[in-house]
Structures are given as structure tokens and as C-alpha cells.
Design a protein around this ligand. Sequence first.
Ligand SMILES: [Zn+2]
Length: 159
Amino acid sequence: MAGSFAVDDRGVIVACKSCGKKNRLAYERLGDSVQCGDCKEPMAGVNEPIELRSSGEFDTLVAKASVPVVVDYWAPWCGPCRMVAPELQKVAARQAGQVIVVKVNTDELSDLGQRFGIRSIPTLAVFDGGKEIARESGARPAPEIEAFIARARAAVPAR
Ligand SMILES: [Zn+2]
């Protein structure tokens, strides 16, 4: 289901479930509850992983996001990555507003894979305040991913 959300230099573009209007959720306010600018219905926020299309998108999002960013480094040919994908969907849905989950295809965005020295996939990393604070390689179910995120967040002072 990647592709429901797009990003630009200011935030995540989300279509309202009620009226279909596209709203931009500013990176600086990803943890806030929001309502549609048009019909005023409450919006679910970013509750699915976002497939990033460029290292520029990655840099902007990681630098500005007001919530921790969970990065899934993956590639289409990687079997274990396909097992992780539905687990990350669950994590994104359950932790909407608390973290944001993004996917980095290391074939298409090889510059990011090289910059961060990603040698095996899947690799999951957590960024907070623009910095990587944790990383783990290998496939794992949603509860273990959530435990990994919780450990990473516990290790840094609250913002
Ligand atoms: Zn609406």
C-alpha cells in the first residue's frame, strides 16, 4: 500500500478519508492531532509507511520531523524485506502520531545506503532530532519492531 502518502519539502501530503481533499501535515507537527482543512473531519495522520523517492526527501523529513523516524532499508528482490513490509504496516498504523515509518529502496536510493553504510537488508534504523539513534538488521515481527523503537526512544532525552 505504499504510495498513499507523498512528501514535499514542508510535510506529508495526505488525502482526507471523508472528502478526499489533500492536506499537508507539516513535518514540525506530525505528532499533533489534525483535522481536514476543508471538511474539518479529524484525520488519522500518517498511518502507513511512506516510500521515499529521493535522498533530498529523506534529508528534509529526518531533519524536520517532530516525531522519531523509523527507516526501513529494503529492496524488491529481498525476500525477508517482503516479510517485514506487512509488519511495518502494523507498526505505522498502531503508532500513528508517535513515529513516522519510511521506506528506502536501497537499489533506487543507493546514495543513502552508501552514506549510512547499509551492508545487509532489511535494516531498520530510528532517527530522532535529525540523528540516527539506533539500528538493527534482519526481519522481525511488529511487536519486536515496536520494542526496538521503544528502546531507542528510551535511550535519548525527551524533546
Ligand atoms: Zn475532508
